[in-house]
Design a protein around this ligand. Structure first.
Ligand SMILES: C[S@@+](CC[C@H](N)C(=O)[O-])C[C@H]1O[C@@H](n2cnc3c(N)ncnc32)[C@H](O)[C@@H]1O
Length: 339
């Protein structure tokens, strides 16, 4: 089902639901039209975040290695659609959808089958969701809608998955909730991205509680020339240029797929620009550090970080007194290595 004439009231109602969500939201989808509207706007933005998160995971060599995919809290199915767009359907036997809204499950099933008619897509029986052997658990934008009990159940479920790919909004709260999931998965799973090491996350240290792990995706240029998107931005008071997201990609330890990222660092958020230098918030096995990067010390690195074109993975080769003297983007590095 597509949207011919946009009903702005529907979108405003949904937006209010999302903003009010503080755990245990209950079912708010009232009709397939709600989902069609969601899919046209809100889910499209989430889809661009998925594309960015998947690209970050692929950059370090991550692959889909599960025969089944479970999309938990599927909504209109955008997470599955973006994952299938990236990896195709050949490696999958089955897609399973779960959402406490039956209307959402049906909508997502139709949307996925419309794009991939050859796929086996089913709606889960919640009682049979006990173990996720050979399954990738895909989760997107749900944490702030769950009660503590639901969250704990989802943690248990994802612990049994072979692979977990989880994208949340890049807000402080959602990112922090996602961090709890990362720590809960660490016993059975290796972090693939965005983490560059398996240690306890430095965000948990008392001094770092004000920070959060997040990145920014890019909005496609066409969106800025589309009248409906302009109206959407105005009515919803959403800045279309800003697409913050948080994510974790983790594989069961048995897959032995953890990338070797010794010496690498992840640049979090957006580097802050000043006259002649940038401030870079960097995460690696030494913890979180706010480094200064002077244009005159490393011009091409400074330019690359300023434009944000090379992703968020870097290798600092010289740091003196909190100042990055030299370094390179991971793409330059990986092109010369076996990763
Ligand atoms: C903001 S939407 C996100 C939908 C989709 N994952 C996406 O990224 O576009 C949150 C979804 O989680 C579902 N949800 C909320 N609480 C749930 C629960 N306890 N069990 C299953 N689904 C739930 C909602 O029905 C809704 O479809």
């Amino acid at each position: 089902m597509s949207v011919d004439t946009v009903d702005w009231n529907t979108l405003e109602r949904l937006r209010s639901e999302f903003l009010a969500a503080k755990g245990k939201t209950g079912v708010y989808w009232t009709s397939p039209s709600d989902l069609a509207h969601y899919h046209r706007f809100f889910a499209a933005r989430i889809g661009w975040k998925w594309d960015a998160a998947l690209a970050q995971a692929q950059q370090v060599g991550w692959k889909l290695q599960s025969r089944r995919l479970l999309d938990w809290g599927c909504g209109s199915g955008i997470a599955t659609l973006r994952l299938l767009e990236t990896f195709g359907t050949d490696c999958l036997d089955e897609v399973i959808l779960w959402d406490h809204s039956t209307i959402a499950c049906e909508f997502a099933k139709d949307a996925i089958l419309e794009r991939h008619p050859q796929l086996t897509v089913s709606i889960a029986n919640p009682n049979s969701l006990e173990s996720l052997e050979d399954t990738i658990c895909v989760i997107s934008h749900v944490l702030n809608e769950l009660s503590l009990d639901d969250r704990a159940e989802l943690t248990e479920l994802s612990r049994s998955a072979k692979q977990v790919f989880w994208v949340e909004p890049g807000s402080h709260l959602s990112s922090r909730l996602l961090l709890d999931q990362r720590e809960a998965l660490l016993g059975q799973h290796d972090p693939i991205a965005p983490c560059v090491c398996v240690q306890k996350c430095p965000m948990r240290d008392e001094d770092n509680l004000r920070h959060w792990c997040h990145f920014f995706a890019k909005t496609p240029i066409e969106v800025f020339m589309d009248g409906d998107w302009a109206r959407f931005a105005q009515i919803m008071e959403i800045d279309l240029r800003s697409l913050p997201y948080s994510f974790i990609c983790m594989d069961a330890k048995s897959l032995e797929s953890a990338p070797q990222l010794d010496g690498h660092s992840r640049v979090l958020g957006r580097p802050r620009q000043f006259k002649g230098y940038s401030k870079v918030f960097s995460c690696d096995s030494n913890g979180l550090n706010d480094y200064e990067l002077q244009k005159r010390d490393a011009k091409s690195l400074w330019k690359s970080i300023k434009k944000g074109k090379e992703g968020s993975l870097y290798k600092w080769t010289e740091i003196v007194s909190g100042r990055i003297r030299s370094g390179q983007s991971a793409d330059e590095d990986f092109s010369a290595s076996s990763l």
